[in-house]
Design a protein around this ligand. Structure first.
Ligand code: EPZ
Length: 431
């Protein structure tokens, strides 16, 4: 397994192109199962999770091709992916494919809506909590599906097609809302989703479904209405920029100091996080090209955060923000309200000399003057990148093990950091 070696201390100066959002690209790719016509997605990032989902979609009968490089395209230009599910050849998503990535469970919605049946293994994914699928299944039942669980598989059936209904989520769920949107688009009649997730990735999926012929109103609010249609057609859609990648590099620049332009980033996708990062002493400005983050000379100020569904502070930036707070001039309190077990990075940050104490659903971070490089390893994607952020500001050498977590969600991470002057290299093989 590859490792990443980082020598801390360099400031970050330069431009970082922001990639297409992983968490938008995944449901968009899954939406290709809803139609026999072609779906073309632009600005798709090169990530292990995308490759894994392509394997799963192929298994259901999706043909795909990826455009070669165009003149002027650089390594970080997003790819264009052509997907076509002319015929669904298999409505089963097996354990060996689904177990590695939770989002792949969402294929249940288009398979059921288009074919009247789906058999999908219960999901796996990052180790950040129990992450049940009860709300996704509740949504499908509200649309008339029968659901059975047998030998680790969910068997969903709606032989006469799905029927519009009212889905009232007791808790905001991104996956539940994606699933409900896709299923209701092909259901007979009207569906109302209450307490829907408002994340930008939901809006991106809804925009694409609308291009495919779906009738959806209210995406981006907590009340979405869908009028089902008999069939959906092909479309072309560009994946929105990755707000979590944007926030991660904004925090990295705030941590290491320097002056970085996050090219193509859109501030409205992560305003609450940008406000908090600015409150720690970084200067953040929006430009025509993206978001500029600067911290020159000033110390890092402490700040309390509590994660929340959009438009609140994203749970997917909690670990990175905690890394920043380890060097703040004071105490900060970081409360995680979305996932019950998303503090796996705490013990790894401690290896750098960080002072963090856990108290129920909060981490109390007492900033220290110096972090020291160390060998570290993380168990999930965002936790791994928090270790990279700590390493950028730590004295000496850090080796980050289990880099495959980073490869799942950060396109060309080392290259983007090296281009801004960081000392980062990938060591192939072993450990
Ligand atoms: C999405 O996961 C993201 N994944 C996650 O990003 C992100 O952390 C999360 O939303 C919250 O923003 C993708 O988009 C691929 P949820 P999802 O359903 O949809 C509970 C990353 O690092 N819940 O909004 O799985 C659940 O346990 C990943 O990129 C139920 O109880 O999250 C959690 O506490 C990690 N029952 C809360 O709801 C259900 O049936 C929110 O989860 C479903 C969810």
């Amino acid at each position: 397994m590859d490792r990443i070696r980082i020598i801390g201390g360099a400031r970050l100066n330069g431009s970082i192109p922001i990639s297409g959002a992983k968490n938008a690209a995944l449901p968009l790719m899954i939406a290709s199962l809803l139609t026999s016509e072609g779906l073309t997605l632009e600005n798709v990032p090169r990530l292990a999770d995308i490759t894994a989902l392509l394997r799963i979609l192929s298994n259901h009968g999706v043909d795909y091709s990826i455009d070669g490089k165009r003149p002027g395209a650089v390594q970080t230009t997003g790819r264009t992916l052509h997907l076509r599910a002319k015929d669904i050849v298999d409505t089963t998503a097996p354990y060996n494919l689904v177990s590695t990535m939770r989002a792949s469970f969402w294929v249940i919605a288009p398979l059921l809506a288009r074919m009247g049946e789906a058999k999908v293994s219960l999901p796996g994914g990052c180790a950040i909590g129990t992450r049940p699928v009860d709300l996704l299944l509740m949504a499908l039942e509200k649309l008339g599906a029968s659901i059975d669980i047998d030998a680790g598989y969910v068997i969903a059936k709606a032989p006469k097609g799905l029927i519009g209904g009212e889905i009232d989520f007791p808790k905001v769920t991104v996956g539940g809302t994606h699933t409900a949107l896709m299923a209701a688009s092909l259901a007979h009649g009207h569906t109302l989703i209450k307490n829907a997730a408002r994340e930008p990735e939901i809006v991106d999926l809804a925009d694409c479904l609308i291009k495919m012929g779906a009738k959806i109103k209210g995406a981006g609010t907590s009340r979405i209405e869908i009028e089902g249609v008999a069939r959906l057609g092909g479309a072309r859609h560009a994946v929105l920029p990755d707000r979590i990648e944007t926030g991660t590099y904004a925090i990295a620049a705030a941590m290491a100091g320097g002056d970085v332009l996050l090219e193509g980033a859109r501030p409205e996708l992560l305003q609450s996080a940008l406000d908090i990062i600015a409150s720690t002493g970084a200067e953040i400005t929006s430009t025509n090209e993206g978001i500029r983050v600067r911290r020159n000379g000033s110390g890092i100020l402490p700040a309390d955060i509590s994660t929340a569904p959009f438009p609140g502070f994203p749970t997917d930036l909690q670990a990175q923000f905690m890394a920043l707070m380890t060097r703040a001039g004071g105490v900060s309190r970081i409360t995680e309200t979305i996932f019950e077990n998303r503090f796996m990075h705490v013990q790894e940050l401690a290896r750098f000399g960080a002072k963090i104490r856990l108290e129920d659903d909060a981490a109390i971070v007492t900033g220290v003057k110096t972090l020291k490089g160390a060998p570290v390893m993380a168990t999930d994607l965002r936790a791994s990148v928090s270790l990279v952020i700590a390493a950028l500001a730590a004295e000496g050498e850090t080796i980050v093990h289990r880099v495959y977590h980073l490869d799942r969600g950060f396109e060309h991470l080392e290259q983007k950091l090296v281009d801004c002057g960081a000392q980062v290299e990938r060591l192939a093989g072993q450990g």
